[in-house]
Design a protein around this ligand. Structure first.
Ligand SMILES: [Zn+2]
Length: 377
């Protein structure tokens, strides 16, 4: 799902789409142009049907964007960082960095999506009802059906669908623990996923509806794997909650003079240390940037003598910083995708440590072992 094409920004939220959508776009336009319109508004030319079909595909995606945008805007209002919206094969996903602060806000963020789709359906129904043009009427009654279907599909109680999140928020509210809510919602979602997979098998093998059957089973399989990764993410966050940065960081930090050349670094400094990333400083001691071993070895041999560390460093202003007391879950939520690099830890203006994803992974595996032992006893 990663390769996305940027479409633009709306209310400051980035919208992108996955390559898979281009095929779906043509499929939708084709289905409207060759099946729906000729049967509901007969007697027009094929080119007219195709033009209206294309408009239908565009309106369909506009409906998806309205649905996802409502999630993203309500999430932002509830203090959850929104990385953007991606449209893909199964509709849309709002990429939220972090967790809702309460069960109530999780329910609002999840519930507003299906409500928006129903709202769009109501508007489309109004247009279809009042228009005197048969093509417009036919197109908008199709759009009504599609948006009602979108709302219903999203209410299936399985992650990552809105229904799964709604169920999880109710269970969270009742048990007082988000992790327990997610855990139980994933179990319910798994049942729905298995029912869909089995239903797909029955459709294909018993009723001979191979395409519909395979499609249903595929959606079920997708919900199954999405549920597992949702639970894994929630477990990671609960294991790291209330653990300060100081417990995971590497300390002390080796900083290097920023005026040494890449060649000097590779020949006489790198072999003596086990680190892969180094903050660099100017003669006064002030930090100026950060260099990575993996970037330095990629510099061509003929440039290594003339280039100094400061020439190839990432400027210090771009390096994320934290303090030893910030809790790791808060840090991950705050930095979001920025967490894939090193974070410098300062205490009262002094550099006291450096934190890498590997440090967090190491701490996580220790915590997991301890948690496992606790449960077994
Ligand atoms: Zn939704």
């Amino acid at each position: 799902m990663t390769p996305t094409i940027r479409l633009g920004r709306l209310f400051g939220i980035e919208i992108g789409f996955n390559w898979s959508l281009i095929f779906i776009f043509v499929l939708i336009a084709g289905a409207v142009a060759t099946q729906w319109l000729p049967s509901t508004a007969p007697g027009h030319a094929a080119t007219t049907y195709w033009l209206v079909g294309l408009a239908g595909a565009i309106l369909f995606y506009a409906s998806l964007i309205a649905h996802e945008m409502s999630h993203a805007l309500v999430a932002r209002r509830n203090g959850v960082k929104v990385a953007g919206i991606t449209l893909w094969l199964f509709g849309g996903v709002s990429r939220l960095d972090g967790e809702p602060p309460s069960a109530g806000s999780e329910a609002l963020i999840a519930g507003v999506g299906p409500l928006t789709s129903l709202g769009v359906a109501a508007i489309a129904f109004g247009v279809a009802y009042f228009t005197s043009n048969d093509l417009v009427g036919s197109l908008f009654s199709w759009l009504t059906t599609v948006n009602v279907a979108l709302a219903i599909f999203n209410l299936i109680p399985a992650f990552p669908l809105d229904g799964g999140r709604l169920l999880s928020s109710v269970l969270w509210w009742r048990s007082g623990s988000r992790q327990a809510g997610v855990h139980n919602a994933v179990r319910v979602g798994r049942i729905f996923a298995y029912v869909m997979i089995a239903g797909g098998g029955v459709l294909a093998l018993v009723f001979g509806q191979v395409i519909n059957g395979v499609w249903l089973a595929f959606v079920g399989w997708f919900l199954l794997s999405a549920g597992s990764s949702e639970e894994a993410g929630s477990n990671v966050r609960s294991l790291l909650r209330f653990i300060p940065v100081s417990a995971a960081m590497t300390s002390p930090v080796v900083t290097l003079p920023d005026w040494v050349t890449v060649e000097q670094f590779l020949e006489s400094i790198a072999p003596n240390h086990s680190f892969t990333t180094y903050p660099i400083h100017e003669p006064s001691g002030k930090l100026t940037g950060m260099v990575r071993l993996s970037d330095l070895v990629r510099i061509p041999a003929q440039d290594r003598r003339s280039k100094h560390l400061i020439d190839v460093a990432r400027p210090i202003s771009e390096v994320p910083v934290t303090n030893p007391r910030e809790d790791l879950v808060g840090l991950i939520q705050r930095l979001g995708a920025g967490m894939d690099q090193r974070v410098l830890v300062f205490d009262n203006g002094q550099l006291v440590g450096i934190l890498s994803p590997a440090d967090i992974a190491r701490l996580l595996s220790v915590r997991q072992t301890l948690a496992g032992r606790g449960r077994g006893a």
